[in-house]
Design a protein around this ligand. Structure first.
Ligand code: AKG
Ligand code: FE2
Length: 208
């Protein structure tokens, strides 16, 4: 059963995507749920389960492009906190499908930890020539994040004008959702560790 708060967040997301292609929700999950996910991210890190992220279809490590460590969430082997997250994202998926008729969705997601100083240079979330990733989502897990900690997600609002962007602080509980094909974005380096879960809703490709 969906809570009224979640229902409200979900309709804010679909309304804002329809209006401007992206949505920022300040408190998508409550502090307790975020704390469980953050604890799980630290557990994965301590267990050596976070791996250097790669970029592109060829999966090359490119620390100058991105410096984060990731762990893909596997529904068949998920912790309680991960299952709660996946259930919420499944509700969001249904709402997005109903609003935009995008259809045939799958969801893939990973934890990401950026050590201090690491970022992710300007990119699009679709691999060149591939467009299965339709919607990107990022949920932040960082308690008490201040603007001076850095680590903002910089979203470019016009691909032809790099002076038009918004900076989003990765504060715990905040969720950003956007059309994967439409927004160049980057992660600015932070001066403290930065944790998140990134997810993509995909349309099935014709050959999969
Ligand atoms: O963590 C963020 O704010 C963005 C991450 C990102 O762009 C990605 O993983 O593709
Ligand atoms: Fe991205």
């Amino acid at each position: 059963m969906t809570s009224p708060t979640l229902q409200h967040s979900i309709s804010t997301i679909t309304d804002n995507i329809a209006k401007q292609g992206y949505a920022v929700i300040e408190q998508f999950l409550n502090p307790q749920e975020i704390a469980c996910l953050a604890t799980h991210a630290k557990f994965l890190q301590n267990a050596g389960e976070m791996h250097k992220a790669t970029t592109g279809i060829t999966k090359v490590e490119n620390p100058t492009l991105r410096g984060d460590f990731i762990h893909w969430i596997d529904a068949s082997d998920a912790s309680e906190a991960e299952i709660d997250y996946l259930n919420l994202m499944s509700e969001l998926q249904q709402a997005i499908n109903q609003a935009f008729f995008l259809g045939l969705f799958e969801f893939e997601s990973h934890f990401a930890i950026y050590p201090p100083g690491a970022g992710y240079q300007k990119h699009l979330d679709q691999f060149i020539g591939k467009s299965e990733r339709k919607i990107s989502s990022i949920l932040y897990l960082n308690d008490d994040w201040k603007a001076e900690d850095g680590g903002q997600l910089r979203m470019y609002l016009d691909e032809n004008d790099t002076t038009r962007f918004i900076d989003i602080t990765p504060q715990a509980g905040k969720m950003v959702v956007f059309l994967s094909s439409d927004f160049l974005h980057e992660v600015l380096p932070a001066n403290r560790e930065r944790m998140s879960i990134t997810g993509w809703f995909r349309a099935r490709s014709l050959n999969s």
